[in-house]
Design a binder for this molecule. Structure first.
Ligand code: ADP
Length: 465
């Protein structure tokens, strides 16, 4: 928009200047030419008067004298005279003029003798242009011959040329100035709009409380900002309601689900359960655990959007991994699930969130690994960081999908996931938790072979030593 405005204004200025230039050329050119013709008419009058004094055109020498007295310097004087008899034959002329170029045709001779005065621009010598006036000479009432007078045509066009150079130079400078001014003005006009766009594109779901402030901008931009702000307000309210709804539901579901799981676990302690019932109940316990995890994820999501602070304290990751392992080991009896390498590591962070992070990763690996596959959970302590590695021999993720799986509500096509269910928020939460602890999650995966999810967390500086 800025460039379009700038270019339009500059184009308008250039067109106007060009139009002025053309008009000036036409009008001034006409005036100057008329002036020249008037001069020529006077000169022709003087020559004719001198010739008329002679009484006849008989004495060629006298005629040449008259011609020379008007154009003594020859062509270079810029003025030339030609005298012809009533047949058009040359009687006397300014020396050095090529008569071919001034030749008159019979019809022209007749027309001129009949009283017509001709004006035309002809070339004489090498590229010298002259304005030529041809008229008749009368002595008394008798038409005796023809007089041609000519003057350097550039006398008329030279000032025009100079004017044109000045105008073009001024035009270029003017266009440049117009270009700069209009660019500056257009920038001023577009800037508030860019501000609106900038703020609008920065606002994320977690910042719907932000408003666009464009005070001092043109009224139209302020109205745009007001409309946008009103929309943000409605959005914020809607988001708030949705968040509260999710939080309320998750909260309401959590208590009965925890109770349900506790009861199932108590029932599982009964030694007299037959193997079939035990297997069913273990599966029920696993499913209820997953539901509890889902509600925890939703609760975390709701709280994270409101910018809740971390409850940071030292966390023994090895103990945490063991806890997660115990809690998940019966989830998929058909999958070989084991604890891998376990270093002793302590980091500073929010225990509940870190547990949720590991649980989500393990849950996914178990979910996306078919019967007979393997899943392992390991913990390494490196120089500066702790590495939690969840490895599986499951369905894997294609390279194009890897950057997408951390987005909220992103799920690969159902076909890939078999019957595994989910809401597509687990990894988004994992990523958020890892980043809020100054860490990150790395993924290596190959479709059909399996995946390795690695959580890297900075070590607590005190225990790192
Ligand atoms: P979901 O609730 O669908 O599991 P997540 O956010 O946890 O949501 O995961 C997003 C997507 O990433 C999943 O739909 C799945 O396709 C893919 N995914 C996550 N973990 C694995 C894994 N270990 N193996 C294969 N695919 C996975």
């Amino acid at each position: 928009m800025r460039w379009r405005l700038t270019i339009s204004v500059a184009a308008a200025v250039i067109t106007t200047l060009a139009a002025i230039l053309v008009t000036l050329r036409l009008v001034l050119g006409g005036i100057l030419e008329a002036d020249l013709d008037r001069d020529l008419s006077q000169d022709a009058g003087l020559v004719s008067a001198r010739v008329a004094l002679m009484g006849s055109l008989g004495d060629r020498d006298r005629l040449q004298e008259i011609v020379d007295s008007f154009s003594s310097g020859g062509l270079s004087s810029g003025f030339l005279v030609v005298l012809r008899d009533d047949e058009g034959e040359v009687l006397a002329s300014t020396p050095g003029v090529d008569m071919q170029q001034l030749a008159l045709e019979a019809a022209e001779v007749e027309a001129v003798l009949g009283g017509e005065t001709q004006h035309r621009t002809v070339e004489v010598g090498e590229g010298d242009k002259v304005r030529l006036r041809t008229s008749r000479i009368s002595i008394g009432r008798k038409v005796v011959g023809i007089v041609q007078v000519a003057e350097d045509a550039e006398l008329a066009t030279r000032p025009l040329g100079r004017l044109q150079t000045i105008l073009v130079a001024e035009g270029v400078a003017g266009a440049l100035l117009a270009f700069l001014i209009s660019y500056w003005l257009a920038r001023g006009a577009v800037k508030p709009l860019e501000e609106v766009i900038g703020v609008a594109s920065e606002i994320e779901a977690s910042e719907l409380g932000r408003r666009i402030d464009v005070r001092g901008s043109p009224r139209e931009v302020q109205r745009l900002a007001d409309t946008f702000n009103a929309m943000l307000e409605r959005l914020e309210r809607a988001f708030q309601q949705q968040r509260n709804f999710v939080l309320d539901i998750s909260h309401e579901l959590r208590t009965p689900l925890t109770g349900l799981r506790g009861n199932i676990d108590v029932m599982l302690m009964d030694d007299q359960l037959d193997a079939d019932t035990r297997s069913h109940m273990e599966r029920m316990s696993g499913e209820v655990a997953r539901l509890i995890r889902l509600t925890s994820n939703l609760l975390y999501l709701g709280h994270a959007d409101t910018g809740r602070e971390l409850d940071s304290r030292p966390v023994e990751l090895d103990v945490l991994c063991l806890e997660v392992y115990r809690q998940t080991k019966d989830m998929r009896p058909g999958v070989r699930y084991r604890l891998g390498h376990e270093d002793q590591v302590t980091v500073v962070g929010d225990r509940d969130l870190l547990k949720q992070l590991i649980l989500n990763l393990v849950d996914n690996s178990l979910k996306y690994t078919p019967e007979g596959g393997e899943v392992s959970l390991s913990l390494f302590r490196d120089q500066e960081q702790a590495r939690i590695v969840v490895e599986d021999s499951g369905v894997g993720i294609s390279p194009e999908q890897i950057p997408l799986i951390f987005q909220r509500f992103y799920q690969t096509e159902k076909g890939d996931r078999g019957s595994a269910g989910g809401a597509g928020i687990g990894l988004a939460i994992c990523d958020r938790i890892a980043r809020s602890h100054g860490g990150e999650i790395r993924v290596q995966s190959e479709v059909g072979k399996g995946s390795v999810f690695t959580v890297v967390l900075p070590l607590n500086p005190d225990t790192a030593q």
